[in-house]
Design a protein around this ligand. Structure first.
Ligand code: UGA
Length: 439
């Protein structure tokens, strides 16, 4: 099928390349000329496992092209809106400028029977507001939220846990069932595997996405709240998480206590959800999300305090090596990265901060040029008075032994911002080990 994907960021570029890999003819459209040029050369503009291979193969096959010209979307049967919905600069709501512009720009390219599928995360009600514009030209608007995780984006797109398609109901002249069939054809490998395919109304589809992210954020903040209690009682939150995680109703995943969540999705999505709920007169229904946000941000303070305390009350002119800058491993994304936030705060307190990361240094350097960046992990560890792991890349979590770290660092203070190290092993190697919510 011929497809267009509007917006080639973390979501759209992966979607375009993945759709080409399962046999579709895809044009990815973005207003950023540099990005389009990079993608057209078959190069991934950001770090995402397997993306590079899919781009190269797609471009070589002739089934994948990128353009800045919206007119290239003409002739496609399904059009995916994958533009960003960032937090507004002067508030907590989602900025829908790019979504509106994408839909308006697409209108002249649409033919009767086309399907416009929104993938961007939007406040509930957005699709219903946009639908009449699309329907005026005889096309259908559906909402098809995306649940991919950065670092696993290709796998999550080809083989998702579920597919959700919201259609407009109760409107004459719009064939929702036909639009759903188009999407079944688009996602043919997942459909063939009997992946749950859930058809809803537009509002439900929009809400499924924000509810899922709100739940995940709440789960992380729940365990981080337990970490706060553990810190004043001498309990160990990692054992607590293991123990409650064995209950299948709770589950161990996303009970990783540490410096908390960041990235381009969870933080802004819970804030936008709260803002939307307020607009709808239901602010109290999700009032807990403000607490979820507050707990999350407190963990960054806690990590900084641990470093300060461990170094005797001041980090001034102390060498602190920060392992990680990306908001999570297997990504170079530094949007709202707790890792980088901790590094910046330590620098603000007068520490000589050295940051290392296998993928995110370039992005981090652009945003925070004041920090010292070292690509080589071992080089970064040299002469450190304290080290803190804030992104659990394998290079730090699994491959760095406490003995090897001790052969490079000057001090023996190890702070485990992700509870990923074996505390006993680090202590045995002579380190003073501090976890998050661990004795
Ligand atoms: C999240 C959701 O997991 C995806 O399903 C969703 O599609 C995506 O947002 C989105 O809305 O586009 P992502 O932002 O890639 O995906 O990252 P996650 O894997 O959810 O991790 C988010 C943050 O939580 C990271 O900073 C991670 O380090 C942190 N985290 C995760 C914890 O602190 N503890 C955990 O146990 C798990």
């Amino acid at each position: 099928m011929r497809l267009s994907v509007i917006g080639c960021g973390y979501l759209g570029a992966v979607h375009a390349a993945t759709m080409a890999s399962i046999g579709h003819e895809v044009v990815g459209i973005d207003i950023d000329e540099d990005r389009v040029e990079t993608l057209s050369r078959g190069e991934a503009p950001f770090y995402e496992p397997y993306l590079q291979d899919l781009l190269t193969a797609g471009i070589q096959s002739g089934r994948l092209i990128f353009s800045t010209d919206m007119a290239e979307a003409s002739g496609a049967k399904a059009h995916f809106i994958a533009v960003g919905t960032p937090q507004q600069k002067d508030g907590t709501s989602a900025d829908l400028t790019y979504v509106d512009a994408a839909v308006d720009g697409l209108l002249p390219c649409l033919r009767a029977g086309d399907v416009v599928a929104g993938k961007s995360t939007v406040p509930v009600g957005t699709a219903t507001r946009l639908a009449p514009r699309v329907e005026a030209v005889g096309a259908a608007l559906v909402w098809n939220p995306e649940f991919l995780r950065e670092g696993w984006a290709v796998k999550d797109t080809i083989d998702p846990d579920r597919l959700v398609v919201g259609i407009r109901t109760g409107t004459d002249g719009v064939d929702g069932a036909a639009a759903v069939d188009v999407l079944r054809e688009v996602y043919h490998p997942a459909v063939a595997k009997n992946t749950p395919f859930i058809v809803t109304d537009l509002a439900t589809a929009e809400l499924v996405k924000v509810a899922a992210n709100a739940f995940l954020a709440t789960k992380i903040s729940f365990i981080n709240a337990m970490a706060e209690i553990a810190e004043v009682t001498g309990a160990d939150v990692t054992q607590l998480a293991d123990a409650i995680g064995h209950d299948a109703r709770i589950g161990r995943r996303f009970l990783g206590a540490g410096i908390g969540f960041g990235g381009g999705c969870l933080p802004k999505d819970i804030r936008a959800f709260s803002a939307r709920a307020e607009e709808l007169g239901r602010g109290e229904s999700v009032a807990f999300l403000r607490e979820v946000d507050a707990i999350n941000l407190r963990r960054r303070d806690r990590a900084v305090d641990l470093v300060v305390d461990a170094l005797g009350g001041s980090v001034f002119k102390k060498n602190v090596t920060v392992l990680g800058a990306a908001f999570k491993p297997y990504s170079d994304d530094i949007r709202d990265s707790p890792a980088l936030d901790v590094a910046v705060r330590l620098h603000g307190l007068g520490a000589w901060v050295t940051v290392t990361d296998p993928a995110a240094i370039e992005n981090a350097q652009r945003l925070h040029p004041q920090l010292n960046y070292v690509e080589d992990r071992d080089e970064a560890l040299r002469e450190a008075d304290a080290i803190i792991m804030v992104t659990e890349w394998d290079e730090y979590r699994r491959e760095l032994t406490p003995e090897h770290a001790a052969s490079l660092a000057r001090g023996r203070v190890a702070i485990d911002g992700r509870n990923g190290w074996d505390a006993a092993a680090w202590r045995a190697a002579g380190w003073t080990y501090y976890g998050m919510g661990r004795p």
